[in-house]
Design a protein around this ligand. Structure first.
Ligand SMILES: Nc1ncnc2c1ncn2[C@@H]1O[C@H](COP(=O)(O)OP(=O)(O)OP(=O)(O)O)[C@@H](O)[C@H]1O
Length: 266
């Protein structure tokens, strides 16, 4: 389904991603972990073609997407929608319009200029917002929402494109533990109910373990681990993070589990 072979990105002397191989044969939820600078963002950006690979290939369902250009590249980008740590919404625009922005790729310049959206798209946007539990926020300006709500708007915008793959670059890094949990649950729900593949860069181990079917560990541009959450032992994690014997998992925790424990005792 998705084959990444010897994918490499070089910035001058720096090899940000070094000959990465990832093969995925069915839609799953994949977490990419590793310390800052390990190459996680560069990997997702190459997948989405925001950044061109220096060498190697990305093949999705038999189609080589590594060198697509023009309309074919835009088509690929709408099949693998990306969400970001900082949500990338238009702050002063209302929530529905932000979500409808997800259809820009397939709308004419004229309808875009005059902000004309087909009724069907508006209904679809509201349905998606409803599904993510934020339909009542639809008329508000994006900037009036909490971070967790804004990230769900960003997910809704991505879903407008009906993507096969959702790429999430540190989707919860700016959120408090409660909102982080809601956003990760939304991504998991989209994966389970729609069968979409989700690939998320996560800077915390517990989140990857808890929500993902498969975890990929990167260190200095290389994939040093690819396995199930169960296989991700503390020893393996120490290796991924390049930490010493004093490595503490708590140092990479979003405290989601702590939050759950608090709920249990409440
Ligand atoms: N446009 C660029 N020009 C030069 N070097 C870059 C560029 N983008 C990334 N790098 C370098 O490539 C390496 C990998 O960066 P990348 O952002 O992919 O890592 P990351 O694992 O996502 O880290 P973070 O979590 O901090 O974003 C880093 O050393 C970074 O400095």
């Amino acid at each position: 389904m998705l084959s990444i072979d010897a994918l490499t990105k070089q910035f001058g002397e720096k090899i940000a991603v070094d000959s990465a191989n990832i093969h995925v044969d069915k839609p799953m939820m994949i977490g990419i972990i590793g310390r800052s600078g390990a190459g996680k963002s560069t990997m997702l950006r190459m997948l989405n073609r925001l950044s061109d690979a220096t060498s190697g290939s990305i093949v999705y369902e038999g189609e080589d997407v590594t060198h697509l250009r023009g309309a074919a590249k835009r088509n690929w980008q709408s099949r693998c929608a990306m969400i970001f740590q900082q949500f990338n919404l238009v702050p002063r625009m209302d929530v529905v319009s932000n979500v409808l922005h997800g259809t820009l790729n397939r709308r004419s310049t004229l309808s875009t200029m005059f902000n004309l959206y087909p009724q069907d798209d508006i209904h679809k946007a509201i349905d998606i917002l409803n599904r993510l539990g934020i339909a009542e926020q639809a008329p508000k300006r994006a900037e009036a929402l909490s971070g967790g709500q804004q990230q769900r708007v960003a997910i809704a915008r991505a879903l407008m494109q009906d993507p096969k793959i959702i790429l999430a670059d540190e989707p919860i890094a700016s959120l408090d533990p409660m909102n982080a949990q809601i956003v990760m649950q939304s991504l998991r729900q989209i994966h389970e109910e729609d069968g979409r593949m989700v690939i998320a860069n996560l800077h915390t181990l517990d989140t990857a373990r808890r929500y993902c079917d498969r975890v990929i560990g990167m260190r200095d541009g290389r994939i040093v681990f690819d396995g199930t959450p169960e296989q991700l032992t503390t020893g393996v994690a120490r290796d991924i993070y390049g930490a010493g014997a004093d490595f503490s998992e708590a140092a990479t925790s979003t405290e989601i589990e702590t939050l759950d424990r608090q709920k249990e005792f409440a």
